[in-house]
Design a protein around this ligand. Sequence first.
Ligand code: GRF
Length: 199
Amino acid sequence: MMGRVRTGVLISGRGSNMGALIEAARRADFPAEIALVLSDKPDAAGIAAARAAGVAAKALDARQFAGKPAFEAAMTGALEAAGVEVVCLAGFMRILSAAFVERWRGRILNIHPSLLPDLKGLHTHERALAEGRAEHGCTVHFVTADLDAGPILAQARVPVLPGDDADRLAGRVLVEEHRIYPQALEAAARAVRAAVNSA
Ligand code: GRF
């Protein structure tokens, strides 16, 4: 029997989705374990939160590297050293190169706060309100070289309510993010194990 799928979580900030993944992985029957949290920002709040939860966390300050290839090589090095098989982007605010994405193809997930393919990119809650949408939500998808466009693993909808501002709407979406990201990782980890076992 193979062990649980070693998972790396990439963050840039608060890390609440990272926290939801760590929490889910406490379940004995969860097929993934969080092996490493990596941040591109040394002051990300999520680093301390990961360590407090007993998870290894490391900051790789992107500004200290000569360029994107060097920074990404360092990230891949740290992930490989930790035996990571699946990568979860969780509020990681950097666009990854096609080469990095290719290295982790089919094994790299992202959570995006909109109902993709609608509202790719930033400021999704403000845009949902400005466009007068009745529904909003979040999506977990595989990462490909095209931003916010890879195959969808999970999606959840929330209503836009009268009196919503971006913060209230974001809070309603975030509850769903914390629910569907662990579910999507669970499915992806089971698929990775099934692929390894049949290879
Ligand atoms: C979330 O809304 C996520 O969908 C987006 O960035 C935010 C990260 O929040 N990609 P957190 O760091 O997980 O709390």
